[in-house]
Design a protein around this ligand. Structure first.
Ligand code: ADP
Length: 368
């Protein structure tokens, strides 16, 4: 069992830097939770407070129902894996993994069993006699993981563990860590600034910005129902397009972009929420995948947009199309076809059943 609960946890550094502002997070036993957000949003500080490496200024941290605020890091039954691996260069892989257990006075047999078991899980058995300098980045990261695994902690904490790896290895290690989570059946808390990592790895994602938690949800929920404009723009790649405009009421409710170059009727599902915004400014959010090529669009209810393509970016099986609506740079992610070139005028379809609208003042989502 390892349930981690943060209740109104804040961190103020010297000179009044409010790094974390009343964070409330509930992490269930065996859950894999990702803290994600741009650099400086307070993710590492949150993780370090859980580990006990940083004092909690205000609020309470519970692990398995026990208040941890004043418990020393070594007594929290937590293991942390860092970005820089933090391996001892003069020790072999075996010694690096065994070190923490030796300090805790485990006997030789137990240490040997645990190191062998962990190296087996991680596929590094042949490397046990090597020193870190004779390892690749990916292998070093596995040793760092191994060092955490041998301790059989209640909670694993990861601070951007894959940032130093090249893109291909990062993708591979992502899957390995996710597999490790299901194999070990432990609670894991993972910090990253990379939304793709967050979306592909975690059961639950906590999105932070400027010390605040903006939304906590499953990856799919965040993608489908972002609570505000920040979350909407942060999750998804390429990012959601935003178009400013207003809601007008003619024979029906309509969205009208500022330059009048996009006007379409609001579908019934958004009607009641948007009727409060008649003649008010709102921001429309459209995911690049919800703009389609006309010939591939089945639905009659889609809205046709005539656009002039600025740039056509082939990605293999897909193409990214860049164009402008009311001076906003828009990107559409469509199926690859051959006849699209820069400067061409084409018809695109806007899936008007998959839109997002945001209040211009609060930036909160009006509807999903
Ligand atoms: P993240 O991990 O999301 O990049 P951090 O938790 O490292 O963000 O930092 C959050 C905020 O706290 C930033 O504004 C950062 O400059 C500040 N900060 C982090 N560590 C310290 C420190 N030791 N002293 C003062 N300010 C700090």
């Amino acid at each position: 069992m390892a349930e981690v609960i943060l209740k109104d946890v804040s961190k103020v550094y010297e000179k009044d830097v409010l790094a974390v502002n009343k964070a409330n997070i509930e992490i269930k036993d065996k859950e894999f939770v990702i803290l994600v957000g741009p650099s400086g949003c307070g993710k590492s500080t949150t993780l370090r407070m859980i580990a006990g490496l940083e004092e909690i200024t205000e609020g309470e941290l519970y692990i398995d129902g026990k208040l941890m605020n004043n418990v020393l890091p070594k007594n929290r039954d937590i293991a942390m894996v860092f970005q820089n691996y933090a391996l001892y260069p003069h020790m072999t892989v075996y010694e690096n993994m065994a070190f923490g257990l030796k300090l805790r006075k485990f006997n030789k047999k137990e240490i040997d069993e645990r190191v062998k078991h962990a190296s087996d899980i991680l596929g590094i058995t042949e490397l046990l006699d090597r020193k870190p300098k004779a390892l690749s980045g990916g292998q070093r990261q596995r040793v760092a993981l191994g060092r955490a695994i041998v301790r059989k902690p209640k909670v694993f904490l990861f601070d951007e563990p894959l940032s130093n790896l090249d893109a291909k290895l990062r993708v591979q290690m992502r899957t390995e860590i996710a597999k490790l989570h299901s194999k070990l059946e432990v609670t894991m808390i993972y910090v990253t600034h990379d939304q793709t990592e967050a979306m592909t790895m975690g059961d639950k994602i906590v999105i932070m910005d400027k010390g605040d938690i903006l939304q906590t949800a499953t990856p799919l929920e965040l993608y489908r129902k972002p609570k505000n404009k920040f979350v909407a723009g942060f999750i998804g790649s390429p990012a959601m397009n935003f178009i400013e405009g207003k809601i007008i009421s003619e024979d029906t409710l309509k969205f009208q972009s500022i330059n009048n170059d996009l006007i379409f009727p609001i579908t019934e599902k958004y009607n009641s929420l948007l009727s409060k915004y008649i003649n008010e400014k709102v921001t429309l959010g459209v995911r690049p995948e919800d703009i389609l090529l006309k010939e591939y669009s089945m639905s009659e209810s889609n809205h046709v947009m005539k656009v002039s393509l600025d740039v056509v970016e082939p990605m293999g099986n897909e193409i990214y199309l860049y164009f402008k609506i009311s001076e906003n740079q828009i990107v559409a992610r469509v199926q690859a076809v051959d006849d699209l070139t820069d400067g061409k005028n084409i018809d695109l379809m806007l899936n008007i059943n998959k839109l997002h609208f945001f209040d211009n003042k609060t930036e909160d989502a009006i509807s999903h």
